[in-house]
Design a protein around this ligand. Structure first.
Ligand SMILES: NC(=O)c1ccc[n+]([C@@H]2O[C@H](COP(=O)([O-])OP(=O)(O)OC[C@H]3O[C@@H](n4cnc5c(N)ncnc54)[C@H](OP(=O)(O)O)[C@@H]3O)[C@@H](O)[C@H]2O)c1
Length: 279
């Protein structure tokens, strides 16, 4: 059956891919973002109803992260508005091992709507479409938590899982944990990208404090610095939080994408061969 589906963050890393997947399946998709029409702005609850009106289902991507102050209130207000507008089901993108994200998951689970929670590990695409692209382009990546082994997940896999569970009610009430098939350190990741691009990329381990200070020196706002230092400590600081999950295979019937395959495919696009825009 053709559904009307709101994809919040529909121009972002996962949302863009979910829009593609749902459109290919023949569903009617509306993007929820500041640049969409009607415009959806997380910081303005007055924009929620118009974005939700006429929709059957929604993919909820909070920006910038469910850990930031204000996220709980916004998610609560959004699910109340979704219930009022008669939506049947929502899928929340959550973060693996974030206490604040779990509080938002509880809000969705107790909303009275049908729901599926998709809990993601760190994305591969942080190195190609996000804050770790510029250091890669500069040939020098300095990051804290060098000992953390992270089961990086591919945004294509997240999107395939989200696309499926949005329209398949057998996953209602479930929490799907999406990770890649193996755990890697930042140093190993950088080495894989260097191999695929045939470029020299140095990795240097630094303390969280030095990382925060470097962000401040680069002129990044305090709340951004807080969020990133928090995510490094909270999400990567707990080794128990870094286990590999096989939910991608359970939901999709195929294996999760390995980082090497991501690195090969992404290197072929040329994105890692551009001139650095800013560091
Ligand atoms: N990156 C990771 O490793 C990781 C891991 C686990 C979980 N997550 C979660 O993933 C989520 C981010 O998902 P993503 O990476 O797919 O998105 P993203 O690439 O960060 O894209 C952001 C999207 O949100 C929209 N947006 C930005 N500010 C907005 C605002 N104030 N109001 C409404 N829309 C806004 C943007 O469009 P406009 O500019 O047009 O508004 C865009 O569509 C976060 O909640 C994060 O916690 C990330």
């Amino acid at each position: 059956m053709k559904e009307n589906i709101l994809v919040i963050g529909g121009t972002g890393k996962t949302g863009r891919r979910v829009v593609e997947g749902l459109t290919q399946l023949g569903h009617n998709v509306r993007i929820g973002s500041r640049s969409a029409a009607p415009s959806f702005e997380w910081n303005d609850p007055n924009t929620y109803a118009a974005a939700l009106k006429g929709m059957d289902r929604a993919y909820i991507v909070y920006y910038p992260d469910l850990a930031v102050p204000g996220a709980r209130k916004a998610v609560q207000t959004l699910v109340e508005a979704a219930l009022k507008e008669g939506l049947e089901k929502v899928v929340l993108l959550s973060g693996k091992g974030e206490k604040e994200a779990e509080a938002c998951e509880d809000i969705v689970a107790n909303s009275g709507l049908n729901y599926t929670l998709v809990r993601a590990s760190w994305f591969n695409q942080n190195f190609s479409e996000s804050f770790l692209l510029d250091p890669i382009l500069a040939g020098f990546v300095a990051l804290p938590m060098p000992e953390a082994k992270i089961p990086f997940v591919d945004a294509d896999d997240i999107a395939d899982v989200v696309t499926k569970v949005l329209v398949d009610d057998t996953f209602n009430g479930q929490t799907i944990t999406v990770t890649g098939p193996r755990k890697m350190t930042f140093k190993e990741v950088v080495a894989e990208i260097a191999k695929e691009t045939q470029q020299k990329i140095a990795f240097q381990a630094i303390s969280i404090e030095a990382y925060g200070q470097a962000m401040k020196t680069a002129g990044l706002p305090d709340d951004y610095v807080w969020l990133f230092t928090y995510l490094f400590k909270e999400v990567l600081g707990n080794p128990d939080n870094q286990e590999v999950s096989y939910d991608v295979e359970r939901v999709l019937g195929r294996k999760a994408t390995d980082f090497s395959a991501f690195a090969k495919k992404t290197a072929a696009t040329g994105i890692w061969n551009q001139t650095v825009s800013s560091i």
